[in-house]
Design a protein around this ligand. Structure first.
Ligand SMILES: [Zn+2]
Length: 391
């Protein structure tokens, strides 16, 4: 364990989509952190699976969270709205008012986790469920014996404060600066999705990305300076959950299945994420037809069971899909249930693609090796003098 001092203050900046390929050689935060950024592998999936992996130190099939949408297993959040959804599905495409109403209803029903209805077809919503029912930045978010960073901090009675997706960046950073200078916390945790949004729209290697990084850098310097002004020793940990790849081509996954002899939802069900088509089948014929049709593609492939096991995304009851068709890096499904228009940057590709890697910028240097996002929880606990493996 590193020596801990009550003046030590761990400052965590979780910047969604902070890719190693983007920060490497960019000079990002070099005034604060002299060491090179450390390459950190992510998992297969999106933030809805990667951030739980950071917080729990476990793989998706261990903590239970992967894609934002999974199959309804009988207790789904959309179940009570299935009649309204059936009616709403007949509304014209401009159904954003209904989506806003439904979002408010789900919040009123007690869903505190992050979600968006995106453009998921309303007629199919009640077949699915949200994986993140509870806010993962608060204690008690995971099922069973899965203990998140925040569960552990509560148990160890470590004073901490978190700013999650529900707080705009400017307010969060202002409050973090105050807390760093005047507060009594030992860990301050900031999450931001602004870089991710910028790179989706403008692309990861754009000027907009460089400007955004500069803004983060200045904000992080202000927080670190505030901590020093308050007599604290800041321990800076900046990292993301995954990287971002430039989009190079598009594929109309649903369009490619038109005309086959199988229908949704009677023969099969599909959820089209931006880079993954996840399928459930009601007949062997439908399975064969779809596997045959998509196996011809050269811009994506079905993941075999052994690989899903190895990547930690093999779920016992196949709630996230019986078969997963994964796009090759840079290929975007257009349209998908996430959007009908092409965008410039995307993630959610195979974790072995270098653009999937995130970065860790750390000062002082990490006291233990960090190779994947699974190692970050242990590092943060270790920084606080807590043995992550210990119970
Ligand atoms: Zn994103």
């Amino acid at each position: 364990m590193p020596d801990t001092d009550e003046r030590d203050l761990t400052l965590v900046f979780l910047i969604d989509a902070l890719g190693q390929e983007i920060v490497e050689g960019s000079g990002f935060c070099e005034r604060l952190i002299s060491a090179e950024p450390i390459r950190v592998a992510s998992i297969l999936g999106f933030s809805s699976g990667a951030i739980p992996t950071i917080l729990t130190g476990r793989l998706p099939n261990e903590h239970g969270h992967w894609s934002m949408y999974r199959r309804d297993r009988g207790r789904g959040v959309f179940r009570r709205y299935r009649w309204i959804l059936r009616f709403a599905a007949s509304l014209p495409r401009g159904d954003w008012r209904f989506r806003r109403w439904l979002t408010d209803r789900l919040r009123a029903d007690g869903v505190t986790g992050y979600f968006s209805l995106y453009e998921v077809p309303l007629g199919l919503l009640s077949q699915f469920d949200l994986c993140e029912r509870r806010n993962i930045y608060r204690p008690g978010a995971f099922e069973g014996d899965v203990e998140s960073l925040f569960d552990r901090l509560e148990r160890e009675e470590v004073p901490y404060r978190v700013w999650d997706w529900s707080v705009p960046d400017d307010r969060a950073l202002r409050e973090m600066e105050e807390a760093a200078r005047d507060g009594r916390e030992r860990l301050l945790f900031f999450y931001s999705s602004v870089l991710d949004a910028t790179m989706h729209l403008q692309g990861p290697r754009s000027d907009a990305t460089r400007i955004r990084l500069r803004e983060y850098e200045e904000a992080i310097e202000r927080v670190a300076a505030a901590a020093r002004a308050g007599g604290r020793n800041p321990r800076i940990r900046i990292f993301g959950d995954h990287g971002m790849a430039p989009v190079r081509s598009h594929f109309d996954l649903l369009g490619s299945l038109s005309g086959i002899d199988a229908r949704v939802p009677d023969d099969y069900l599909v959820f089209v994420d931006s880079t993954m088509g996840r399928f459930w089948f009601r007949s062997d014929a439908a399975r064969r037809t779809i596997l045959d049709r998509l196996s011809e593609r050269t811009d994506g492939r079905f993941l075999d069971p052994g690989e899903m096991e190895r990547l930690g995304v093999a779920f016992g009851d196949r709630e996230y899909g019986e078969e997963v068709f994964l796009a090759d890096p840079g290929v975007l499904f257009v349209p998908s249930f996430m959007g009908s228009r092409p965008i410039a940057g995307m993630h959610g590709y195979h974790p072995e693609d270098p653009d999937s890697d995130t970065a860790l910028l750390a000062d002082p240097a990490p006291s233990r090796p960090v190779r994947t996002i699974r190692d970050l929880r242990g590092l943060l606990l270790h920084d606080l003098g807590i043995d992550a493996e210990g119970r």
